[in-house]
Design a protein around this ligand. Structure first.
Ligand code: NCD
Length: 306
């Protein structure tokens, strides 16, 4: 049985197959409309979510399956003190596959060790967010036509942003990738990712503080929100939260084919005026998130549609 804990759980070839399947789902939705009939997805969300939970649910519903779950720890027995391992043993009796989001790093990993159904990590603390990365890869491949040979700017909260951590792990496997890490000093990419992932794979990168300095040379800009919930004190968050605001004026500095991605939710880091710029791709990204999760559910459940 297969789980998804990190984007590294799939080889580059497997990712290619998964994205091809997502492409076929996009082109022929009717072919997949009954593929998961009789199957149930449980969403176990111990942290807030809009897109990740609802896109997993939409994916299962589009496949003709059913959904169940909880959307906050308060409404589950976690609030009574139940452990993740007991909860997953229980859910294994009810559902065929589950997606779990948890504020603690490694909680979905604990779950998969006690589970008799596939577990999808839907975000664990500041660690990983593999299904967002699958979404991002499919979005980049669809917009640019390929995944290598690109300079990618990662901007915002690179310290706590799990979407960035997962995306870096996944992208270093493609040739010709370079990163520009754009963050305030306090929110730099953790040193273990710089040394264990970037340096180890000999990936060229530079760190800059000013977004304006990076913009002219990027093929892609991945914006992120300052992760309020991971800060130890409110004051630091308030000081950092509006450090970057991408607006139409700054977009003038960027190449004509530099797409802007964002895992969402956005707070102030992309001004709404940018939404009408043809390079703004963050709502397209949301749509790709459904196709790739449909492909993921089929793959983990080992369902082949002819
Ligand atoms: C992200 C997350 O939860 O890590 N959201 C998402 O799933 N699309 C990004 C964020 O919350 O900033």
């Amino acid at each position: 049985m297969r789980h998804l804990m990190s984007p590294m759980d799939f080889s580059v070839e497997e990712l290619e197959k998964l994205m091809d399947l997502a492409g076929d789902i996009e082109a022929n939705p009717a072919k997949y409309a009954h593929a998961c009939e009789g199957k149930k997805l449980a969403t176990l969300f111990y942290e807030p979510s809009t897109r990740t939970r609802l896109s997993h649910e939409a994916a299962m519903l589009n496949l003709g399956g059913n959904i169940m779950g909880f959307s906050s720890a308060d409404s589950s027995s976690a609030s009574k003190g139940e452990s993740v391992s007991d909860t997953i043993r229980t859910i294994s009796c009810y559902a065929d596959i589950c997606a779990m989001r948890h504020p603690k790093e490694g909680a979905p990993m604990v779950a998969c060790r006690h589970s008799s159904i596939p577990v999808i990590n839907a975000g664990d603390g500041g660690h990983q967010h593999p299904t967002q990365t699958l979404t991002d890869l499919l979005t980049i491949r669809s917009l640019k036509g390929h995944l290598g040979n690109m300079t990618i700017g990662l901007c915002g909260d690179l310290k706590f942003g799990r979407t960035v951590h997962s995306l870096i792990h996944a992208l270093v496997r493609y040739t010709g990738i370079q990163f520009v890490l754009i963050s305030p000093e306090e929110l730099r990419l953790p040193s273990y990712i710089r040394s264990d992932v970037l340096d180890k794979n000999k990936i060229p990168y530079r760190e800059v503080v000013r977004l304006e300095d990076a913009l002219p040379n990027l093929d892609l800009l991945y914006m992120t929100r300052v992760q309020k919930e991971r800060f130890f004190n409110e004051e630091d968050y308030v000081r950092m939260k509006d450090f970057y605001i991408l607006d139409s004026k700054k977009m003038e500095l960027a190449p004509k084919d530099m797409y802007v991605l964002h895992p969402l939710p956005r707070v102030n880091e992309i001004s709404v005026e940018v939404d009408s710029d043809p390079r703004a791709a963050y709502f397209k990204q949301v749509q790709y998130g459904v196709y790739i999760r449909m492909a993921l559910i089929l793959t983990l459940l080992e369902i082949e549609v002819k």
